[in-house]
Structure formats: structure tokens, C-alpha cells
Design a binder for this molecule. Structure first.
Ligand code: CA
Length: 233
């Protein structure tokens, strides 16, 4: 039997873990289920899952604490599965190294899409080759070396700061980067965490890149959290 991709589900509610496990099995993944944090933390090193789906509300430990523990020694992709609508929780999880988050209730196709994206990133990050010099998604191409951006073959002129924002998002395409993360990367750790300057820049970027800035194809807003660059080919 070929090695199936192992996905660990850390979830205390049987109905949800059963639903996820059934979905995963039907899509040729091998699910592993842990109902508590302590079970999960003992299973991860022995089973070496390829990806973790982490519920934040667990009986014995906050999911955020598990994430911190995993990140002390592993870069395994972690998708936070949260029932909390609280944006601060999602932001905290992403800043602590979660690869993505998904809110309950969610559909099968959304779950599978998030899993595929997270696995694709970890494959890219682990193959040891240097990051590509050129990024492209749909009609947008960014040449990092030449500092050149084109849309459908036509060059677009971005300011230096706009180019930095677009490049940062492109280098983590598919992942949500939080406002604080972007501000820290661009203006340093002591910069005022003022999202307004980012919003103004993003409005200008969208006006230059997107066919219809109100319905962006390239850079998506995760309301209250940050931005995500498309990673579709
Ligand atoms: Ca729970």
C-alpha cells in the first residue's frame, strides 16, 4: 500500500472528528484522531503526521498552547480549526506559526482545499531549493530580482513600499499574513501598528493590479486579520 498522507485531527467533539476523518479517508488521507492535548502531544512524535488540524477548544489545554509546543520543535503544517469567531484568536494562532485557520462550521471542499494548500507549502519549504526568483498567479507575475511586476504581460509600476508588500505576500502565497506581521516586516518591530497606512497602500496596489479592485483576484482581505496572496497557477 502506498504511503498515505497522515493527517492528525486534534478535536474533542466526536461528531466533528468523525466528520473530518470520514472526509479525509474518502480522499485518500490517513486520519489519526486525538481527543485531548496530552494524547495529541504524545501521538505526534510517534506517528509523525504530515499535517495537523487543531481545535482550539480542548478539555485539558488551550489549542494555542499545543501550537506553541509543536512549534518549539516542528515545522509541520498546522491548520487551526476554530469555533471561536474571535479574530484575535486567529491572529494569535497565525502569529504563533499556524499555517492557516478554518472556522466551524466548514464544508468538505473548503477543508480539503486548505489541507492541499498547507501541504503544498510544506513540500515547497522542505525541498531545499532556493525560493523561486519569479512568482506568478493567474495573470500576475512578480520578478523579485528585477523588481518587476506585470499583469497579463503589461508592466505595472509600483512604489517601493507597494512592491515590498506585494513581494512579501507573494513569498507566502496562499497563507494569511496578519497586519502586524506585515507592518513589522516592512517597518520594523518598533513601528506603530497602524493598519491605516497598510490599507492605503493596499488600495493603491489593488487599483494598479486588479481588474476590479472591489473583487480582487490576486490579493484577498481576511477581514480583521490580514491579507492573502492567491496561489493558484
Ligand atoms: Ca472543542
Amino acid at each position: 500500500m502506498p504511503n498515505k498522507i497522515k493527517v492528525m485531527i486534534i478535536e474533542d467533539e466526536d461528531a466533528i472528528s468523525n466528520f473530518i476523518a470520514t472526509t479525509l479517508k474518502a480522499n485518500t488521507y490517513a486520519p489519526l484522531v486525538a481527543k485531548t492535548a496530552s494524547e495529541a502531544l504524545s501521538m505526534i512524535p510517534s506517528h509523525c503526521p504530515d499535517l495537523v488540524l487543531l481545535d482550539l477548544g480542548l478539555p485539558d489545554m488551550d489549542g494555542i498552547e499545543i501550537l506553541k509546543k509543536i512549534r518549539e520543535w516542528s515545522s509541520i503544517p498546522v491548520i487551526v480549526v476554530s469555533a471561536r469567531g474571535e479574530e484575535s484568536d486567529k491572529v494569535e494562532a497565525l502569529d504563533l506559526g499556524a499555517d492557516d485557520y478554518i472556522c466551524k462550521p466548514f464544508g468538505t471542499s473548503e477543508l480539503l482545499a486548505r489541507i492541499r494548500t498547507a501541504l503544498r507549502h510544506s513540500a515547497k519549504n522542505n525541498n531545499g531549493t532556493p525560493a523561486s526568483e519569479v512568482f506568478s498567479t493567474k495573470g500576475l507575475t512578480i520578478d523579485f530580482g528585477k523588481r518587476q511586476v506585470t499583469v497579463d504581460g503589461k508592466e505595472v509600476h509600483l512604489t517601493q513600499i507597494e512592491f515590498k508588500i506585494v513581494s512579501l505576500l507573494a513569498k507566502s502565497a496562499g497563507r494569511v499574513l496578519t497586519y502586524d506581521f506585515i507592518i513589522t516586516e516592512l517597518w520594523g518591530p518598533y513601528a506603530v501598528k497602524d493598519n491605516q497606512i497598510l490599507r492605503v497602500n493596499m488600495a493603491n496596489i489593488r487599483r494598479k493590479l486588479e481588474k476590479n479592485p472591489a473583487f480582487p483576484e490576486y490579493i484577498f482581505t481576511e477581514v480583521g486579520i490580514g491579507y492573502r496572496m492567491s496561489d493558484e497557477p
